[in-house]
Design a protein around this ligand. Structure first.
Ligand SMILES: [Zn+2]
Length: 317
């Protein structure tokens, strides 16, 4: 049988020796008979071997393609994304997308992010609350004002009941409730930002898809770009947790000024890294024109959307 592969990446294949139809991986346009390696429907530029070589359709490690080793493929996908140029060169639109696996990847990354974020806020809050309550109990343990004692006993039944209410001990339900009510006002907006940001980015990129005459591009590919770029937030929060635990072990007194400053820098760094990764995805994976301008505009739109969500949340809460 004659070799259907082109002599080089841009020369046309021998269509007479290819039995199956070959479709554009972004918009599913039938490319059979074409000479130029460019989809006339969506403008996607490719090399013929990327579409014709079946061996290239399975990615070596990405989570979507390897359900047989979930933990390993998750770890390797997360790690691979830290080198976005290499990652987005290795992943090609012709490698089929599996939306359920993609969603599962995002849900697992989000669950890990939310748990680690909660712990990173709860641990310092718990230490601070326990130390405050201990101090209150020590100061108020021996009240010498009989009028005050009488008033407290009348209103709370006993001095201990009063202390348990205003400064509950660590191993108590009241302490847990107090800890949660102290932590939630910061935790909820951060979680909402984390969950909303990638999808606001996706929505804004869909707008640009229309304005750039790339309407035929399957949205799954845009979701792929967003999910494999925004998982960097998980690495960011793990880094914050690492800084927090290290500070707790080495210099606990510095916890309340080293960690907030470091965490702010890591958050800013993570946002820049995530935007850069979407930019690389748009440049090397979707091969859009003007990827930098597109991503900057999409992030401004996403940021405005987030402000609106937080304003709305502020009114509701
Ligand atoms: Zn196309």
């Amino acid at each position: 049988m004659e070799d259907p592969s082109p002599k080089n990446a841009s020369s046309p294949p021998n269509w007479d020796s290819i039995d199956e139809d070959i479709f554009c991986p972004l918009c599913a346009y039938n490319l059979r008979g074409l000479v130029e390696p460019r989809c006339p429907e969506c403008g996607f530029r490719f090399d013929w071997p990327e579409l014709l070589d079946p061996a290239r359709r399975l990615h070596p490690y990405v989570f979507e393609h390897h359900p047989e080793s979930n933990f390993r493929s998750f770890r390797r996908t997360l790690w691979g994304g830290l080198r976005p140029k290499r990652f987005w060169q290795s992943l090609h639109p012709a490698q089929p997308s599996h939306p359920r696996r993609l969603l599962l990847y995002w849900l697992v990354a989000s669950a890990v992010f939310c748990v680690v974020l909660s712990l990173s806020l709860i641990i310092p809050n718990a230490i601070s609350l326990a130390s405050r309550n201990r101090a209150i109990r020590q100061v108020m343990n021996t009240p010498n004002d009989p009028g005050f004692v009488k008033m407290v006993v009348q209103s709370h039944g006993s001095l201990d009941a009063y202390y348990d209410e205003i400064a509950p001990p660590v191993a108590s339900w009241a302490f847990l409730v107090s800890l949660i009510s102290d932590t939630f006002p910061a935790l909820i907006p951060l979680m909402i930002c984390y969950i909303a940001w990638p999808w606001l980015t996706f929505a804004s990129l869909m707008v640009f898809r229309w304005s750039m005459r790339r309407t035929k591009v399957n949205p799954t590919h845009v979701i792929r770009c967003v999910v494999y770029s925004f998982d960097a937030a998980m690495c960011g929060v793990l880094l914050i947790m690492g800084v927090e635990l290290t500070t707790l072990c080495l210099a606990p007194g510095a916890l309340y000024y080293i960690v907030p400053v470091t965490a702010s820098l890591i958050v800013i760094g993570s946002i820049v890294v995530m935007a850069f990764r979407v930019y690389v995805a748009y440049k090397r994976y979707l091969r859009f024109d003007h990827p930098l301008a597109t991503i900057i505009a999409s992030q401004i739109i996403a940021l405005l959307g987030l402000f609106n969500i937080l304003l709305l949340l502020g009114r509701v809460l």
